[in-house]
Design a protein around this ligand. Sequence first.
Ligand code: GAR
Length: 202
Amino acid sequence: MKIGVLVSGAGTNLQALLDAEAAGKLAPAEIVVVVSNRPGVPALARAEKAGKPALVVDHKIFLERAAFEAEMITELEKHGVELVVLAGFMRVLTDRFLDRYPLRIVNTHPSLLPAFVGSDAPAQAIAHGVKVSGVTVHFVDASLDGGPIIAQVAVPVLPGDDAAALHARIQREEHRLLPEVVRRLAAGLVSCQGRLVVDRAE
Ligand code: GAR
């Protein structure tokens, strides 16, 4: 299954996917293209270093969201993408994009959804004083960090944690979970009935 990875920043989750693929742990998934909505981000350099096509579709140069998404679809289709992975991609997608890849878009988010949506989930967890947070990988719908949940791993919030320390602890789990979910999706082990995800044994 051909995977397109959408990124916006550091790209540590992209790196986890690239490393898993290089180690033979992503098959039958294969990363065929990486698209960033922001130019010059480290994620693009990671993709290039791994020999993957690395493209920029800069949302700022499009007057309308529809045109931005149409351009991304064009690029993904050029590479035959069948499954879209949002790995730190910080734009909400509209129905136009979602309808092109029904149940074929997944996102990773650093909280136990539905708690703490948005770009600062670890900071929200610290501000609320929760004792447990974690990571969620989910199918994507039109809401912010919403859609049927595929997998979650809980991570403790420890005394003295700030948002950066908690995010780093969450990311250690995230970097394991995301490639594993992508592999299981590509292997046809994960399906969705309404809002409930069915995850079959190997
Ligand atoms: C990741 O922790 C991801 O879960 C989060 O952004 C980080 C990107 O890091 N995504 C969101 O907060 C989505 N709302 P990365 O660029 O190093 O993979």
